[in-house]
Design a protein around this ligand. Sequence first.
Ligand code: SF4
Length: 332
Amino acid sequence: KELILNIKDLKVEYRTEDGVVKAVNGLDLEIEKGKTHGLVGETGAGKTTTALSVLDLIQSPPGVIVDGIIELEGKNIRGLKDKEMEKIRGNDVSMIFQDPMTSLNPVMTIEDQIAEVIEYHESGGYKEAIKKTHEMLTLVGLPPKRGKEYPHQFSGGMKQRVVIAMALACRPKLLIADEPTTALDVTIQAQVLTLMKNLRNQYDTSMLMITHDLGIIAEICDKVSVIYAGRIIEHGNLVDIFDNTRHPYTEGLFNSLPNLKDRKAKLKPIKGLMPDPTDLPTGCPFHPRCDYAMDICSKAYPEKQYRNDQHFVECHLYNDDNIEKGGLIKRG
Ligand code: SF4
């Protein structure tokens, strides 16, 4: 398999007055070229910190990347000089945020903003950049003449389309989308997702889709990594994760969803809250919330157990001696 992004043993902390927030704790993530990879978990699990680390956008202080390797197409990009990193952002990796205004300038016309990005990365000059801008606006379903308007004249869904156009304007190798539809209402959400799906197919862009919503994962992703307390605790393709769920936390995410097929009867929120990241529980960090917790769970962190060549889970239920007992969550 050819990887666009390979993150190994990433550790990120925020050193605050209240203590050291361990946001990412030895995270491994492999994103294959041309695939859409979903990163799913609750708020505070470390999703955004992971994405910001890739782009070297962790605010420092208080944030520090303590350890780990981040490879883009096999080349380590962690710790590059600002100038080199700037080239990677936009040229190779683009990011779409939940709030489109994070990326838009309120006092610049839409077309000038997109053109500016194109001009920065390409040598064709302003006229050529505006021509390309109009093509991009059409591509995301906006009439080019509206490019003369300002962000406040656009609805939330339209603004997010503009941001997508901007993110794709330089044909990035990897697009990171951090909850890109969360701020939109359901109908617009569906439209934006369809748009992203079409653009991905058209451009063959690899994508990291960050979300708390398994419905979005089902809609758009090929691979899924479930994140909890800054680590990937289960990973696989859609069938592995949706039909052969193994980790109690992944199961909890499904059970807390009201509207996924066949799961209606089991609607049940995950008990308890995400652990305090300044004081993570010992052993498996999910143990205070887990219905299946055993003695060992509070003592030792579970090793990765592979269920097939790609589907892995970090949970003591699948240790050799426990699997004999039937590994309590056995589906599919
Ligand atoms: Fe639950 Fe133990 Fe598995 Fe953690 S390791 S998810 S506490 S069973």
